[in-house]
Write a protein that binds this ligand. Sequence first.
Ligand code: ADP
Ligand code: MG
Length: 369
Amino acid sequence: MPHIVIKDIRKTYDKGRVIANDDIDLEIYDKEYLTLLGPSGCGKTTLLRIIAGLAEPDSGEIYFNGKLLTDIPPEDRDIGMVFQHFEIFPFLDVWDNVAYSGRVNKWKKDKIEDETLKALKMVNLTNRAGDFPEELSDPELQRVGIARALATGSKLLLLDEPLGALDQRYRDEFRHELRKLVNDLGLTAIHVTHDQDEAMMISDRIAVMRKGIIFQVGTPSELYVKPNCIFVANFIGESNFLEGEISEINNSHSIITLRSDGPKVISANTKYKIGQRVVLSIRKELIKIKPIDKGNQYTTEAVIKEITFLGSYLRLNCELANGDFVEVKVTYPTKFPIKVEDKILLKMHPKNLLTFEYPPVLADELALE
Ligand code: ADP
Ligand code: MG
């Protein structure tokens, strides 16, 4: 029943010059699949290693089921770890690799055998028990890595980019397997990745990290529908960002004039002030296109500048009257014929148009690192 509370964890390197974890708070519930998602270098591995007890924080505490981690001896911490580069011993066969931690922990022979066999069954590798790592494919090697973590009998799995070294075509399949395994066995998993699709597919909740800070924690759909900042809106999914100024506010809506005296758009957000500069974001797939004569209050004129065919949908690059570009993803075939240089209408529903305060430096918020 792992329940983990992370409080004010701070970790710096290089005499404090690199802040890997900047006062992190996070709670992980029993049987939850939680993913730490963020660009490379944001501090995910550092946090995972601190949870595992492999690294010491400068300050802060971690509680396992209400007990301070530092008060629990390493052998009683009950954690299985899976790494990106498998870290399988090349000189041991599959069976001995999986049995390894039971032996290190001096379990009884019978228990080691039971746990090893059980773990190999779970990952479908019983028929490869006598093979050596060099005879295995990458996905099989990672199955060994997972079996080895499971054979520790631990209820908590820590996975650091476990699918990162696998070919794209195996990754999808493996995500499902991993998710199912954790569910079926009632485990708790903390999974680290920089791949947002992987995080969206596999997680109950995602903690989005950047520069040592957790920006938002939520279910995949919460992060998609209600990102709490420009960085999260940009990191999860594909969005357009437009600059503008609030020109009118009423009870339920505000009207925003896009920059350079651009078109007016309507947002459902009313918390800003008239004259305030804002950034609007809207997902590419949430913009609808309409023929030029079918306008209403939510439509804005645009000219199609580029059409890219992407199988079941098209990506349109459209120019607004103020010179701003908006990318739109529409299903193919479209409801009415379109071609480059056509004038069309873009329908941006107020509820899909998110409004953020204009940041000190917009480019910094939009950087994916
Ligand atoms: P991530 O796993 O998100 O890519 P890491 O936790 O590995 O990020 O690293 C976070 C930051 O801490 C990076 O700037 C990295 O260079 C630095 N860092 C990590 N480990 C060490 C270390 N052992 N010594 C010095 N700097 C480190
Ligand atoms: Mg890492």
